[in-house]
Ligand binder design. Structure first.
Ligand code: PMP
Length: 369
């Protein structure tokens, strides 16, 4: 390296020594890993198996021509918020929209978590709840689910009494285990939680019950949703929450200005013209989920009943990681949870198209034979 004027750089300014170390806690962290492998049957990230309806893609393509590309987008995403509010029977002030529900969770934790504050999670659950909490400097209080992966009321009481968390996460249906949280469980948690209760409902369209019914201006509950699953829009990165307007007002202060681009606001709004088609698709996936559960039930596997678009299972006689590899060799990619804490030997399969599900079941039958 040469200094300005062409003189050799002083020692200590070589490239390696100029690499600034990150914050100590970040240096100790692992990133979030979800391998993207190019394979015929991809059943590892709980995406929708089909692209959105052609009419939606055509409408978006037409609308792109009307975007004022040289102008910042509508900062409040008012049109999209209004449509989401209508969908859920709330006021637009009760809706917050961001780049995927992960960003919704991040803004929640930037606002209500942080140094000196605590978030409670019940493991095993969606890894990003604790990961984003730690990234925002929030302490994580961990409760344990029972052997069936259900949230145990006594454990909720214990954790909330000991940790007094500002934010308590529930995930319904829970990723990666698939079970839905009952109305009684959410209400009991709300009764005990000293702060905000966040119910992550990324998979709610596949489940019989939603905590959305409990949202009220006077209740410290927010429900998060995503366009990535039912709406077949994982590529667009769009998610939202519904909650009291006093929460949304605080989140609006924290999120970056103009965080939601014009294209995404249009895509999300136009997607909401296809609610019936999306509900029809969700019910097909629920039927296919039943077929996968039945197929797994005939194999030497433990299967956890699911109310999401994925199923968690544990092969009995072969190590989970070996089954994962053998499925990949047969062109089928599932999620390898076998080394995750509390999920020893487990794999998670996303419900795909009927043909993909057939391929998965045939490959697994062969592997476990
Ligand atoms: N919550 C849960 C429980 C999830 O499984 C996911 C996606 N894997 C998300 C939130 C994030 O979804 P997105 O950011 O795509 O909206």
């Amino acid at each position: 390296m040469t200094a300005p004027g062409g003189a050799p750089a002083a020692s200590g300014t070589d490239a390696a020594s100029r690499r600034l170390a990150p914050r100590d806690d970040v240096a100790l962290m692992d990133g979030y890993h979800s391998p993207q492998v190019d394979v015929a049957v991809r059943l590892n990230t709980n995406e929708a198996p089909e692209p959105p309806p052609a009419a939606f893609v055509e409408a978006v393509t037409r609308a792109v021509g009307d975007i004022e590309w040289h102008r910042y987008p509508d900062r409040a995403a008012s049109g999209l918020r209004r449509r989401l509010a209508d969908l859920h029977g709330v006021r637009p002030e009760q809706v917050f929209v961001a780049n995927g529900s992960n960003e919704v969770l991040q803004v929640l934790l930037l606002t209500y978590g942080g140094p000196g504050r605590t978030a409670a999670v019940f493991e095993p659950t969606y890894a990003l709840h604790s990961h984003i909490a730690r990234l925002t400097g929030t302490r994580v209080a961990t409760g344990e689910r029972d052997a069936d992966h259900a949230v145990d009321p006594a454990e909720v009481e214990r954790v909330l009494a000991e940790a007094r968390p500002e934010v308590t996460f529930l995930c319904s249906p829970n990723n990666p285990t698939g079970g839905v949280e009952s109305a009684a469980s959410v209400s009991a948690t709300l009764g005990l939680a000293p702060g905000l209760v966040v119910v992550d409902e990324a998979y709610s369209q596949f489940a019989p019950w939603s905590a959305m019914d409990l949202v009220d201006e006077d209740v410290p509950l927010v429900v998060t949703r995503t366009f990535s699953k039912t709406w077949s829009m994982a590529a667009a990165r769009l998610g939202y929450l519904v909650g009291p307007s006093w929460v949304v007002a605080e989140l609006d202060k924290v999120v970056l200005p103009y965080h939601l681009d014009a294209f995404k606001q249009i895509a999300g709004t136009l997607a909401l013209d296809h609610v019936d088609e999306m509900e029809r698709r969700a019910s097909h996936l629920v039927e296919e989920r039943g077929r996968i559960e039945a197929g797994l039930g005939e194999l030497p596997c433990r299967v956890w009943p699911s109310q999401a678009n994925f199923v968690l299972f544990r092969p009995e006689s072969v190590a989970g990681a070996d089954v994962w590899r053998a499925l990949l060799d047969r062109g089928v990619l599932v999620r390898d949870c076998s080394s995750w804490p509390r999920l020893d030997g487990c794999l998670r399969v996303t419900v795909g198209t009927p043909a993909e599900n057939d391929r998965f079941l045939a490959a697994l039958t062969e592997v476990l034979a």
